[in-house]
Design a binder for this molecule. Structure first.
Ligand SMILES: *Cc1c(COP(=O)(O)O)cnc(C)c1O
Length: 361
């Protein structure tokens, strides 16, 4: 094993195999129109805020929070028709992913994923010293079952990640394909549904049916609570037990537990936002039809597209000059020249469209 070497002064250098962050994180720049990280363009309901402030006045911050987050897990379980023993919560679904990698991945084990997909699936696997087995999606970004079978056979992954709708391509996988994938992978199939509420279908019924499959959801996108950092997994109770073994004690703070549970009583408002955004997404796709860009049909709250006349990265820069920030995927594997725009408010979308026309026409 490599010894921790000394860098300059008293510093010890970190593990050399840690994932390089360059090129992944979206810059946090001050702009007029921010359409780069797939957040909700609308804040959570005002009434929720008022109720939260009220509820917080009785939270005992000098005490550790409920370690099991029982009330929150029961409320999430109710939402999906399962018991709290089938729910694992964490600080964003990224932390759920990290918990999965810690419990099921790690040295000597491999994690499979299919590119192009959500970069954190690879990133967190690498940081937990899991081997990454990479497969590909098809040209149109749909799943390739023979490719999944190949990776499963060659690498025997303990975890296989799918993302539906897939970030950054926007397409939702079919349930039949997800079911077939669950049948060919040797370990656990993880379906990341961060954008699940925007999609026409969900893999959640497959969990209920007892497949070796877990579904990840987050409050960051549809619930308009990216700042809260709350995500969760729905899966078999034995998986939840394993994840609890790698979670830090009291990892879910008391404020988050209260705020998350309270948010669940605003399902109707959340659904209203989802419908509004889905409607705007469809309008945005129709507008892109008229422009010299190729775009891919989206079942989520963002659209992947590739300008045809001007190079993608150049367009990204030109938009930034116009104070419109979107995601530059142009150098990501399999996405040459592609950009991803988050669906915003009607105003933000028209500023984006006008600026885009300006850049490419
Ligand atoms: C945004 C996103 C997440 C959310 O991560 P949080 O940690 O819950 O904010 C997870 N998976 C995918 C595919 C995403 O795009």
């Amino acid at each position: 094993m490599a010894k921790p070497g000394r860098a300059r002064g008293m510093l010890v250098s970190a593990r050399a195999d840690l994932c390089q962050l360059e090129g992944y994180h979206s810059p946090q720049i001050e702009v007029a129109v921010r359409l780069n990280t797939n957040e909700s363009p609308y804040p959570p309901p005002e009434r929720w805020r008022d109720e939260l402030l009220e509820a917080l006045s009785s939270v005992q911050l000098h005490r550790y929070p409920d370690r099991d987050a029982t009330a929150l897990r029961e409320a999430i379980g109710d939402l999906h028709g399962v018991g709290p023993e089938q729910i694992f919560c964490a600080n964003g679904s990224n932390e759920v992913i990290q918990s999965l990698d810690l419990a099921y991945g790690g040295p000597g084990r491999s994690v499979a994923l299919f590119e192009p997909t959500y970069a954190m699936h690879r990133h967190i696997a690498v940081n937990t010293s899991s081997a990454v087995a990479t497969g590909r999606r098809q040209e149109d970004f749909s799943l390739d079952l023979s490719e999944i079978a190949r990776v499963a056979r060659e690498s025997q992954p303990a975890l296989t990640f799918l993302c539906s709708p897939n970030n950054p391509t926007g397409n939702a996988d079919s349930l039949a394909e997800i079911q077939e994938a669950a049948a060919v992978v040797p370990g656990l199939l993880v379906v990341d549904e961060a954008y699940g509420q925007f999609a026409p279908r969900s893999a959640l019924p497959l969990v209920a049916a007892g497949s070796p499959l877990v579904v990840l959801r987050t409050f960051s996108k549809t619930w308009a609570l990216a700042g809260l950092r709350l995500g969760y997994l729905v899966g078999p109770a034995e998986v939840v037990k394993s994840l609890e073994r790698v979670a830090l004690p009291y990892h879910l703070d008391a404020v988050k537990q209260v705020a998350g549970k309270l948010a669940l009583s605003y399902s109707a408002e959340m659904q209203e936002r989802v419908s509004l955004i889905a409607e705007q997404r469809d309008k945005l796709m129709a507008a892109l039809d008229e422009l010299p860009v190729r775009y891919w049909h989206s079942d989520a709250n963002f659209i992947l597209f590739r300008p045809e006349r001007v190079e993608g990265h150049k367009v990204w820069e030109m938009l930034l000059d116009r104070s419109v920030l979107i995601r530059d995927c142009s150098s990501w594997p399999g996405l040459q020249g592609c950009l991803r725009v988050t669906v915003g408010t009607p105003d933000e979308n028209s500023v984006f469209l006008n600026a885009l026309e300006d850049c490419i026409l």
